[in-house]
Every structure is written in structure tokens, then in C-alpha cells.
Design a binder for this molecule. Sequence first.
Ligand SMILES: Nc1ncnc2c1ncn2[C@@H]1O[C@H](COP(=O)(O)OP(=O)(O)OP(=O)(O)O)[C@@H](O)[C@H]1O
Ligand SMILES: [Mg+2]
Length: 503
Amino acid sequence: MPIEQEGQYNLLDNHSQAVRALMAAVEHTLGPKGMDTMLIGENGDIVLTNDGVTILNLMEVNHPVARLLIQGVNGQQKAVGDGTTTTTLLAGEIILQGLEQIRKGVPTAQVIKGIEQAVEQACQQMKAEAFQIENLQDGRLYHAAHIAGRENEEIAQLILAGAQLIGEEQLYRENFLLADRVASLEGVESQVFEGVLIEKKRLHIAMPTELEGDLSILVLDDALEPEELDKQALTTESGFQRYLAIKEEFKEQIANLIQSGVQAVFVDRGVDGVAEEMLADAGVFVAARVPHRQLLDLAEYTGAKLIRRTTLNQKTELLRQHFGQAKHIIENEKLGHIKISGGQGKPLATILIGASTAEVAREKERIAKDAAASLQSAFLHGITAGGGARELAAARYLEQYRNELQGLSAFGVDCVIAALKKPFMQIVTNAGFNALEKLTEVYQQQQSNPNLALDCDTGKVVDLLEAGIIDPVYVKIHALRTAGEVATAILRVHIIVKKRISE
Ligand SMILES: Nc1ncnc2c1ncn2[C@@H]1O[C@H](COP(=O)(O)OP(=O)(O)OP(=O)(O)O)[C@@H](O)[C@H]1O
Ligand SMILES: [Mg+2]
């Protein structure tokens, strides 16, 4: 064998080993019977998780090919927030199969061409055969949230109720993420309410804790403080006079604000002591240092325009045009949050996940966000059978497609066919069944119904759509596309050179 070729084979082996190691770290976590991985840090710190992307990002990885694969999986997480283990397995298997074909002598370019064609075909077929969701009353939305939310019924119910309160129009908006409506708090009962939550207390105990009626609300994306003069200027007589004048002007601004009839003011930053007292005396509700995200939500929900403090110089009629409106503001003094409802802007709801400790609340929040992302994706792009059924059906479809192909790219299609069998086989293995046996059984029966796969509790072949085991189709399409892109990028690498250390 020529030295050059031998070197290449060593590299291919090396690639295979790196990819196998990554697959081994996550494959046992896939599906309802998946196990957790325990990651141990240098100081003995421990992370327990069954989230594919979390494992890959925490494990020690040096191989450049493995790093490339992890980057792709991170892309999946960012774009759809789920399906990262599936992406790893699909990409890994395409790469392993592709390397095998190259080793057999199929030209790399043909393998890559076949993989790209197959991925495109399979994605189009998955899209065409997805089941669309017509409205928010469709029961399948609950199942999409339930499966993505680790089969937690309470969370799935809350997410569905939240989506229904918010309504279809918002869910369709490009920048609206249902997952952003999920918050968690220690010590509260889980609940959904129409409105927004501000995780702050009112500024002063003399201010009201509850307001009801047609409430005018000002949202200030700034500090409610007088303008600052630089220290140098203060040492001169004219500077000091200017300082006094600014303080007076500021008081006038606050008096003007009170005059405008505002009942609640939410401020991004701090509030000056004089302003605080004047507003408290006038019975105005004020919250300061409101997290920016919550301030934006409040403005959207009440129809308020975010203003800077210079706007406070405007005449009261003009100032009022920036106000938002709501019907009810109430502070929970003990738990330190404020609820605003009856907003007159865009509809919003808050899905509040409670737990007895902060850590459990955060873990439940992560699950609830997955469930919310899944429900919204299902609503927007449709659903498909879970449990690896859809991938198997796509593999069967590609087998037909391959038969019509001429040329060596058919070997690339074979790589994708093999990879698409992997999620089913892994879910089944993790549930304690013989994957090859079950694959043969399901593959044959799928001829009459592509939604068949295994009920992991009983080991029987069932229609997963009927069983409520469904996934948003976009998660699957994105997973396969990402896997194809990562795999072909890696197969193109025939040489690795270490970069010079930059000075
Ligand atoms: N009860 C069930 N029976 C069969 N398959 C199920 C069941 N519940 C979930 N699944 C399937 O498990 C797969 C998802 O598993 P999992 O959530 O572990 O991995 P992932 O979504 O690919 O990655 P990650 O969640 O780590 O980002 C989907 O194909 C889903 O349909
Ligand atoms: Mg998942």
C-alpha cells in the first residue's frame, strides 16, 4: 500500500474512534427508558443529566473531528432546543458508514453527493407527510408537550393552558417564543395566568400593594434620577447653581408625571430618593431595577412605549401617549413578585412553575421550556410519529429512491438509510429489547402503516400517533439536516494540520 494511502486509512480510523466515543457518551440516554450520564469534574463536582447536548459540552474532548460534531449539535440546540441526542446519533452513524464506504474505495465526492441527496429527499418526505395542527384545541398539542416534557402531565397541562391564553396570533409571530413565557419560582404553586410577572417588590412600603381599574402605566427604560453633573463642575459656583437647578427641574418632572395621572411606574434602573417619596405620597406604585426582559414584556402587554427620562419633560398630554394600560396590579410581598393582568396591548400569559427548592424549580423550568418549544413547533410546522417510527419510514422511502439511482452516489444514500434506523434501534435497546429482532418486525409491518414502532413498556408494536407518542416534525427535519451537514463536512477532512501558536 502506498504510504500516502496508508496515512489516509489511519486518519479514517482515527475519525471513526472519535465519533464512536461521542456516540457512546449519549446513546444510552435516548428515549423514555434512557439512563442518565454522570459527569465528574476535576474537583469531584458531579453533574447528572440525560440531555445529549449538555453531556457533549461538559465532557473533555480534544479530537478536532469530535469538536466539529459537537458544534453541529449545539446548532440543533440553539435552533430547536431538542433532539440533540438524535442529531448526534444520526450524524455519527452517517460518518461511520461514510468512512466505511470510502475505505471500500468509493470516491469521497460520490459518498458526499449521495448523503446530500438522501438527506434532502428524506426531509422533503417528512415534511410532506407531517400532520398539520389546525387550532389550539387540537389534543395532539398536549401530547407534543407531554412527550417533550418527559411525560410530566402537570407541566404539559400548564403549557397548553398558557398557549391557549396567549392565542394563535402571538404563536405565529416570528419573534415570539412560548418558552420565554415560562418562569420558575421557589415556594409558589405552579399556575398559569393571563398577564406578566415582574420579579421585584414595590419600591416603598407606603406605596399601594394592589391597584384595580383602568390603570395608566409608565415604562421607563432608564434611571428615574436627575441628570448627573461631573464632579469637576460641582466645585465652581456656576456649576453648583446648575446642580441646584437640575434638582429643581427633576422635581418638576416628577410633579408633572404625577399630574399626568400615572398610577404605576416600572423602571429599568434606580430611582432617586426624592422621586420615591413624591411618588409614594401620591399613591403611585413604583418598581425599580426591573429585569430588562420583563420590562419589554410589560411594555408589549400593556401597550406602553418604552421611554427615556428626557421624555418626562414633555407636557402631560404628550406624556400620556406613552402610557400603557392594565386592569390589575398586585404585589406578593412574601415571595417578592408583582403580577400585572388585564393588559391592553398584545396578549401574554405567564406559565409559572413552582417547586419547594430553587434547584428543583430550575430543573422543572428546563423541562417546561422544552415542552413549550415543542408545542409551539408542533403548532407551527406539524407533528409526526415519535419513537423512531418516522425515521424508519424515511429509511424505507430512501430504499426505493436508491433503487432508481444510477452511479456510485447510491452508496452515500446507503449511509443515510443506515443512520435513520439508528434512533429506533437505540430507543428499543435502551428499553431492554432486542433491537435487530424488533427492527425486522416493525420494518415489515410499517408497509401498511408508517406510524408503527414499539411501545417501550410492553414491547408490542403500536401506532405511535394513536398512542400519543408524537414529536414536532421540525425537530426531526432539523436533526437530519444538521447531521447531514456535519457528516459531510467531516468526511471532507482528509488531513489535519496543527496550527502554529499565534504570538
Ligand atoms: N414513551 C415513548 N415511547 C417511545 N418513544 C418515545 C417515548 N417518549 C419519547 N420517545 C422518543 O424519544 C426520542 C427523544 O428522546 P430524548 O429526548 O432522550 O432525545 P433527544 O430529544 O434526541 O435529545 P435531547 O432531549 O437530549 O436533546 C423521540 O424520538 C421520542 O419520540
Ligand atoms: Mg428530547
